[in-house]
Design a protein around this ligand. Structure first.
Ligand code: THU
Length: 122
């Protein structure tokens, strides 16, 4: 279900520069499903990854925490979240959040070990 939702979300991508459509889907701790897609920019560096727009959707649709996340290309290929997106997911899902990767489902703390997180702020 999560994987299919991520593939569907990729259909909404705006990616005229890379041509790579990316969709993300997240299962929330209240059972909600939220999605995101990448939104590129002519400046390149201001591009928003699918996971970051999904983070906005989490907040816009009621908040909560991510329990599991999947990312897919428009062709349905599993994609691993980039480093920045791992940090964004860590904020809203924490170390136990499950992430679907090409190597299988893995907890976020395997993908982002020794993470900097909210617990390290005074
Ligand atoms: N991209 C994502 O949406 N998520 C990631 O985790 C990695 C990369 C997007 C950004 C850009 O629009 C395209 O993939 C190529 O890098």
């Amino acid at each position: 279900m999560l994987r299919a939702a991520a593939s569907a979300a990729a259909g909404y991508a705006y990616s005229p520069y890379s041509g790579l459509r990316v969709g993300a889907a997240g299962l929330c701790d209240d059972g909600r499903l939220v999605m995101g897609c990448n939104v590129e920019n002519a400046s390149y560096g201001l591009t928003l990854c699918a996971e970051t727009t999904m983070a906005g959707q989490l907040r816009l649709t009621g908040g909560g925490r991510f329990v599991a996340v999947a990312c897919r290309s428009g062709d349905g290929i599993a994609l691993t979240p980039c480093g920045r997106c791992r940090q964004v997911l860590y904020e809203l899902g924490g170390p136990t959040c499950l992430v679907d990767t090409p190597d299988g489902v893995r907890p976020l703390d395997e993908l982002l070990p020794a993470a900097f997180g909210p617990g390290q702020l005074p």
